[in-house]
Design a binder for this molecule. Structure first.
Ligand SMILES: Cc1cc2nc3c(=O)[nH]c(=O)nc-3n(C[C@H](O)[C@H](O)[C@H](O)COP(=O)(O)OP(=O)(O)OC[C@H]3O[C@@H](n4cnc5c(N)ncnc54)[C@H](O)[C@@H]3O)c2cc1C
Length: 233
């Protein structure tokens, strides 16, 4: 399949790029064909993160996002930074908090819902989104430039045998291929090696994050309150 632009990954980066390309083409009176591959079964299925969002990029992409119904409903009303001991909490005065702990003007969101909404906006602009398809391989032109990607075969069992549902992967070719796989994408790692993209750059650093969702007594729910903690346990 031939496109002007193929984008790998329907996260916030891939979808906003797809939307912006369509907007720019429309402003210039041009046509651009854009397709987005997403390995999750649906847009948002692999997006677990997100708690507080700075709306700066949303303001640029859709200045009328509120009228369009973007799922940014809860504005941050208060930040608290607590140092915990086993039985007590000590609050740090607000003036001592560094900027990253001050969320005034930001929104409490579900990033899964935000990308689902971005996916709908992208489709409304004519972007083709293929959920359930992982880009498995980078394809190259004879001159070494990126030609596109190939999706993996579907319907293969654990031993690598073809099942009754077998469907061979397909090739997507494009003038531009944009890799928006998120942190540590496996194609991104190959491209970094092949094109020496990290030469002279700081190495990337990673940490493991754990997300918990807590169900609390609704009477104690204060919409827009962000609590940061350190210390115990
Ligand atoms: C636990 C946690 C909490 C966070 N909390 C916040 C927060 O409160 N506020 C904030 O601003 N940021 C937060 N972040 C950071 C935020 O999630 C990321 O900055 C953001 O998601 C990056 O967007 P992205 O589009 O680059 O990548 P991602 O969101 O990772 O999206 C990449 C997409 O590409 C798909 N994909 C990957 N490889 C392929 C492939 N080969 N083929 C097809 N599809 C593929 C994935 O399934 C995914 O849907 C948090 C991150 C984590 C891990």
């Amino acid at each position: 399949m031939e496109y002007d632009v193929v984008i790998v990954g329907a996260g916030p980066a891939g979808l906003s790029a797809a939307i912006r390309l369509k907007q720019l083409a429309a402003e210039g009176g041009n046509e651009v064909s854009v397709c987005v591959l997403e390995k999750g079964s649906e847009v948002g299925a692999h997006i677990l993160s997100g708690a507080v969002m700075d709306p700066v990029a949303m303001n640029e992409l859709f200045p009328d996002w509120q009228a369009l119904g973007a799922p940014l409903h809860t504005e941050v009303t208060e930040d608290r930074f607590l140092f915990l001991t086993e039985s007590k909490a000590y609050r740090t005065p607000d003036w001592m908090l560094p900027a990253c702990f001050r969320n005034h003007g930001n929104y409490v969101i579900s990033l899964g819902n935000v990308v689902r909404w971005l996916g709908q906006r992208a489709e409304a602009l004519g972007v083709e989104i293929f959920p359930g398809f992982a880009a498995a391989e980078v394809l190259y032109n004879d001159d070494g430039s990126v030609k596109g990607v190939a999706t993996g075969d579907m319907g293969v069992d654990r031993a690598g045998r073809q099942t009754a549902d077998f469907q061979a992967g397909m090739e997507l070719h494009a003038k531009y291929t944009l890799f928006a796989e998120g942190a540590r994408g496996h194609l991104g790692k190959q491209l970094t090696r092949k094109f020496d993209l990290d030469r002279g750059r700081d190495p990337q650093t990673y940490a493991i994050g754990i997300k918990e969702l807590w169900e609390i007594d609704p009477a104690r729910h204060q919409p827009g309150l962000v609590i940061h903690t350190a210390g115990w346990p």
